[in-house]
Design a protein around this ligand. Structure first.
Ligand SMILES: Nc1nc2c(ncn2[C@@H]2O[C@H](COP(=O)(O)OP(=O)(O)O)[C@@H](O)[C@H]2O)c(=O)[nH]1
Ligand SMILES: [Mg+2]
Length: 201
């Protein structure tokens, strides 16, 4: 089973991915990095290094697909889960070829059938009508939400402003599963695991 992690730059995709893998018991992360040319490279990283390597204050640190394999163990069996991080999706067309390519690869993956975990920064969802959820998030929900097993992960719930943001997300994305999480405190990780197992195929 594959879960594709999508969202805008800086939403919190990579931190969720690394800490969720650690939560599932992974000690070392073997990342398969697909570069802008579509070539795969393999790297072994400790959770700490992976966090430093993949998570960034500056958007676009993730310019290639990074795939992590983890096992979710239940009472009966171990399920092999592949988590794929992606470059942030934006309204503008990037001037950088490597980013345009990474976006194209991420978008084309959606139609190949993975579960889509759509990460939205709940703390950045504004109060006024103009600065609410972006068109990019609308687009991801409409497209991935119609063809994939799909959930919105409303993240950064450890931040004060995220409470109001979560309400806005609930208003805007009615009918879609919404799971409040924090990539830092790991709030909601159990719910994400339950969601993944419930839709296992
Ligand atoms: N407070 C808080 N900060 C977060 C959380 N998740 C990510 N961040 C921060 O947001 C920034 C972008 O995170 P990153 O995972 O690289 O976002 P990406 O561009 O979507 O992959 C980094 O500075 C992270 O430390 C969270 O749950 N809570
Ligand atoms: Mg990232």
């Amino acid at each position: 089973m594959e879960a594709l992690v999508l969202g805008r730059p800086n939403a919190g995709k990579s931190l969720f991915l690394v800490n969720f893998a650690a939560y599932l018991g992974l000690k070392e992360i073997r990342v398969e990095v697909l570069d802008g040319e579509g070539r795969a490279r393999h790297q072994r990283l400790s959770i700490e290094l992976a966090r430093r390597h993949l998570v960034s204050h500056t958007p676009y640190k993730t310019t290639a697909l990074q795939t992590i394999h983890v096992d979710i163990t239940t009472a009966k069996t171990a399920h092999r889960l592949t988590l794929t991080d992606t470059v942030g999706l934006t309204e503008e067309i990037s001037g950088e070829l490597v980013i345009r390519r990474a976006i194209a690869i991420a978008l084309s993956r959606i139609s190949q059938g993975p579960m889509v975990l759509h990460v939205v920064d709940a703390s950045a969802v504004g109060y006024s009508a103009i600065e609410t959820v972006s068109l990019v998030d609308d687009g991801i929900a409409r497209y991935a939400g119609s063809i994939s097993t799909y959930a919105i992960l409303a993240t950064k719930m450890d931040k004060e402003s995220a409470k109001a943001g979560l309400e806005r997300i609930r208003e805007r994305f009615q009918g879609y599963p919404i799971i409040p999480i924090s990539g830092i405190t790991r709030r909601g990780f159990k719910d994400v695991k339950t969601f993944i197992l419930r839709h296992w195929q």
